[in-house]
Design a binder for this molecule. Sequence first.
Ligand SMILES: [Zn+2]
Ligand SMILES: [Zn+2]
Length: 249
Amino acid sequence: MKLQFLGTGVGILQPDKVQSGFVVEPNYGRPLLFDCGAGILQRFFESDYDPLDIEAIVLSHLHLDHVSDVLALLKSRWLCDKPECRIIGPEGTQDWLDKMFDVYPYLQRGFDITVTEMNPDIELDLGWNCKLSCAPGIHSVPSLGYRLEEGDSAFVYSADTEPCDSIMELTKEADVLIHECSFPLNFEVTNHTTPDMLASYLDKIGADRLYLTHLYPHMQGHEEETLEFLLKDFEGDVEIATDLLKIEI
Ligand SMILES: [Zn+2]
Ligand SMILES: [Zn+2]
């Protein structure tokens, strides 16, 4: 699989990062977009992907920095004669979408959208030998971490969360973990992750490549110290993701 980060930022705007989202292209399937915060739509033009080719949008949770561009993406596809889209998200996704369409009823008539609400009991067969499963994170609203498997390859995306057992269990025998790291060392926070919070879970990570994303401006200038701190106890690779970074899984 190929993965390209489109946005590695958060709700606070930053010059070099748009909000959250990345594209995954399975070897034998069509690209999937994970999260779609503000700025993601425009980032497509700098990426390897065309928003019209996206097969499904997978939403971790419904905070604005993860969903702001969803409606704009759907409208843009509709204007290009691509009214159909699959949206996969947590419980409440259908209701959220219905409420958005209540505000813009003319859009509802034009779209052909299938919504699948995920929970940890579901292993979703996407076709093309790809399976999607999820686990709940610890966040201020219900938030799902996802695992996507294609054959023997797998990656896990923590989404917004404190480090927790449920997400780490998803990483069993995975290749890559994309984990949020919102704030720097010793920052007092709940519902998000700092390097010291993540450190106590490093031995539970089943993947040997760790990418940190969802970076608040507070993380700026703390990149090296974060990597040094985590590499003391993590035997694999750790990298801080940047917008448009491409990785192979
Ligand atoms: Zn967020
Ligand atoms: Zn959030």
